[in-house]
Design a protein around this ligand. Structure first.
Ligand code: ADP
Ligand code: ADP
Ligand code: MG
Length: 496
């Protein structure tokens, strides 16, 4: 097993990876930008080295600097987390060339799966259902573009071959808008990914996003660890994830798991990965893409399978066989994850920056908080505004929802505006509780910007700050209790 592993990341995921490394007796090496000098993830590691600079491109995206630090300090392997360099085949190759293990699949698999056209073509050939579409050269032949779109049928989704993070997608309702949408998507993709290729897909209306966790080792073993439903999305980005999916029957689960394993075997997949599908209301599922890394939402899988996915990643990366066989894996109970963002639902979810004041994470049986912040942390413009993930496990979905709502109500975050109250309103929505989820859930249901954020926190803070509330808590509590205060209008959404 490795002796020293560098975590090429920051925030909650760096803290989470450090924990497993240390449990296993492996030295955790952290790296940090200037604004992160005093960040929680640096203290969570056993050693920490600076990546001088402020922005991501000056720091966490600088593979050269990271490898230099790794070589200087005798690092055996690098864990890239998610985002940043995690799906960068050049970085994976640079690690290999430097004699350092990259904890993830091979550079070739990362490259092929980073290209959605190659991924779809490969899997369609292996018999995995893919969304009907067309990946010809859109700019070469306007006639072909129109006739192919007509064959697929509107609405059409124009997608970037190199897309990620929900970017570079456009829905087209009719032929008159197609050429312009393709051109705009090409420009956008070129600017965002340095690759302007786009392709067409049938736009599935009101689908669910259901993905399968896969795991492969260097000995040819591939298993899946069941599904995660991630249909609660805003701008194609996941906000709430759960496992199991309320939509899957045992038969459908087995079919989707098998399709994901077939896909993984077709490309010789090693380490942790996710095969994403969309599921239409009739129960047809279609491959979307493979994420060649640990996923943000991996904890829901950990809580229902009782497996530490980072531990398994380390085993496999060190050349050991998978620590579990398909037969040993089961789903036990139900887990829900909420992504806690420093953003303002009342202002179009604009990131909210500032210094965290009072910060208290909820605690209780079945409650896990993966976070990278504490009281006094700076939430800056430089990085993703996700502060933490709240993951709750119950025996049933109902129990998991109840627990999550309870925990959200006790999550105290002062100093920045957060989406905590918004999340609570999603979880208590009758359609969410019925399990009637789809990717347009937030667009279709009257869940809008919350106005009660500060008062809610004030109630909690006042309640938590010993018997006598502090003067700040007290004054906020008074303001909150005023009959005309925003507390009164809680629930009266002003949706966009
Ligand atoms: P997941 O499916 O695990 O949510 P995403 O693909 O949405 O993964 O992204 C994971 C992380 O990587 C997020 O923090 C997201 O902001 C970041 N990310 C993904 N793609 C990009 C991109 N093209 N540019 C910037 N950040 C990205
Ligand atoms: P990214 O790399 O940005 O994560 P994906 O291909 O995984 O891109 O798509 C992100 C989200 O966009 C999906 O979770 C789904 O909500 C939506 N989406 C993608 N393709 C389709 C499609 N063909 N029809 C309907 N929705 C889609
Ligand atoms: Mg995706």
């Amino acid at each position: 097993m490795f002796k020293k592993v560098l975590i090429a990341n920051r925030g909650e995921i760096a803290v989470r990876i450090a924990a497993t490394l240390q449990e296993m007796g492996i030295t955790a090496v952290g790296v940090y930008s200037d604004p992160d000098r005093r960040a929680v993830h640096v203290r969570a590691c056993d050693e920490g080295y600076p990546l001088s600079g402020r922005t991501s491109s000056e720091t966490y995206l600088r593979g050269d600097k990271i490898i230099e630090i790794a070589k200087m300090h005798g690092v055996d392997a690098i864990h890239p987390g998610y985002g940043f360099l995690s799906e960068n085949e050049d970085f994976a190759q640079m690690c290999h060339d430097a004699g350092i293990t990259f904890i993830g699949p091979s550079p070739k698999v990362i490259r092929d799966m980073g290209d959605k056209i190659i991924a779809k073509t490969t899997f369609a050939a292996a018999g995995v259902p893919v969304v009907p579409g067309w990946s010809g050269d859109a700019s070469a032949d306007g006639k072909a573009l129109n006739s192919e779109a007509g064959r697929i049928g509107y609405p059409i989704l124009v997608k970037a071959a190199a897309g990620g993070g929900g970017k570079g997608m456009r829905v087209v309702e009719k032929e008159a808008d197609l050429a312009a949408a393709v051109e705009a998507a090409q420009r956008e993709a070129g600017a965002a990914f340095g690759d302007s290729r786009v392709f067409l897909e049938k736009y599935i209306t009101r689908p669910r996003h259901v993905e399968i966790q896969i795991f492969g080792d260097a000995h040819g073993n591939v298993v899946h660890l069941f599904e995660r439903e991630c249909s609660i999305q805003r701008r194609h980005q996941k906000i709430i994830e759960e496992s199991p999916s309320p939509a899957l029957t045992p038969e459908l689960r087995a079919k989707m798991g098998q399709a994901a394993v077939t896909a993984a075997k077709a490309i010789g997949y090693t380490n942790a990965g996710t095969v994403e599908f969309i599921l239409d209301p009739e129960g047809n599922f279609y491959f979307l893409e493979v994420n060649t890394r640990l996923q943000v939402e991996h904890p829901v899988t950990e809580l229902v399978t009782h497996r530490d996915l980072v531990r398994a990643q380390l085993h496999v990366a060190a050349g050991h066989p998978l620590p579990f066989s398909q037969d040993e894996l089961t789903q036990d109970g139900h887990a829900i994850e909420c992504r806690i963002y420093a953003e303002d639902p009342a202002r179009g979810f604009l990131p909210s920056i500032g210094t965290l004041g009072r910060y208290i994470e909820p605690r209780g049986p079945g409650i896990r908080v993966d976070s990278g912040v504490e009281q006094g942390s700076e939430v800056s413009v430089y990085y993703d505004p996700m502060l933490a993930k709240l993951i709750c496990r119950g025996r049933t979905r109902e129990e998991a929802i109840e627990k999550t709502v309870w925990a959200l109500d006790r999550y105290v975050i002062m100093g920045v505006t957060t989406n905590v109250a918004f999340l609570r309103d999603v979880l208590t929505h009758p359609e969410f509780q019925r399990g009637n989820l789809h990717t347009h859930f937030l667009a279709e249901h009257p869940i809008g910007p919350s106005t009660d954020e500060i008062p809610r926190d004030a109630w909690i803070a006042a309640a938590l700050l010993s018997g006598a509330a502090s003067s700040r808590g007290q004054s906020l509590l008074t303001a909150t209790a005023a009959p005309s205060g925003p507390w009164e209008s809680a629930g009266a959404w002003r949706g966009p």
